[in-house]
Design a protein. Structure first.
Length: 93
């Protein structure tokens, strides 16, 4: 293990750090899945935003991991792509 891996391993023993670590991992998976699903359906950010009745910048910020997705929007995305919210939060298989 590298020194940074050692530091992260130690830091993850702190419950607060671990919660934040897991939240960031979930945020990354949602961003990656949203981008992938959008691409698979050949949808632009603008067209998906129009279908969901949300501003395009909101989807852009989620995909770039600048903001967390709300539970309401996560559910709308799941319904649109015919997946579960848990699938959006998971690593693609």
């Amino acid at each position: 293990m590298s020194w940074i891996d050692d530091r992260i391993h130690e830091a993850r023993k702190d419950p607060e750090f671990e919660r934040e670590w897991q939240a960031l991992k979930t945020q990354k998976r949602i961003a990656n899945n949203l981008s992938r699903l959008r691409s698979e359906q050949d949808l632009s950010v603008q067209s998906l935003a129009a279908r969901l009745n949300v501003p395009p910048y909101l989807l852009s910020k989620i995909e770039s991991r600048d903001i967390d997705v709300s539970e309401d929007l996560l559910q709308k995305l799941a319904e649109h792509f015919n997946v579960t919210a848990d699938e959006l939060k998971s690593d693609p298989t």
